[in-house]
Design a protein around this ligand. Structure first.
Ligand code: FES
Length: 120
C-alpha cells in the first residue's frame, strides 16, 4: 500500500532588515523570538509536522518588514509587518486552517497584513 504524503505548507520569514540597509533598521523584528513562538504554536496544534519553515534573505519590501510568505501548492500569501508575538498566534491559526484542509483567506487582524501580488 502506498501511503499518500500530504503536501507541506512552506513558510518563509525574512529577517528584517537582513539586507543591512540602515533605512530599515527600525523595522527589524526579534526574529528568533517570533520563530520560537510560531514553532511552539504549531507544535501545540500538531501542525508543525506539515510545515517547512525557512528564514530567507531580503524579499525586497524591507520598509514593511518583517515579511512572511505562506505557500501551499499554487496558493500563497505574503504578509507584512509581522513583528509581534500576537502576529504569530494569528499566523498559526491561519496555517492550522490550511493544514486541516480549509485554505481560507486570512481574516481578522491578519487580513490587514496581507500584501497583494499576482497569483500564478
Ligand atoms: S529584509 Fe525583509 S524584505 Fe528586506
Amino acid at each position: 500500500m502506498i501511503k499518500e504524503q500530504k503536501e507541506h505548507i512552506k513558510i518563509y520569514f525574512c529577517d528584517a532588515c537582513c539586507c543591512g540597509d540602515p533605512r530599515f533598521a527600525q523595522t527589524r523584528a526579534p526574529l528568533k523570538q517570533l520563530l520560537d513562538s510560531f514553532v511552539d504554536r504549531l507544535k501545540l496544534s500538531g501542525t508543525l509536522l506539515l510545515c517547512d519553515i525557512y528564514t530567507t534573505g531580503c524579499m525586497g519590501p524591507c520598509s514593511v518588514g518583517n515579511n512572511v510568505v505562506v505557500k501551499k501548492g499554487a496558493k500563497k500569501f505574503a504578509f507584512n509587518k509581522m513583528n509581534h508575538l500576537e502576529n504569530m498566534v494569528a499566523l498559526g491559526d491561519f496555517v492550522d486552517g490550511w493544514a486541516q484542509g480549509n485554505p481560507t483567506d486570512p481574516s481578522g487582524d491578519l487580513a490587514s497584513h496581507v500584501m497583494s501580488f499576482k497569483q500564478s
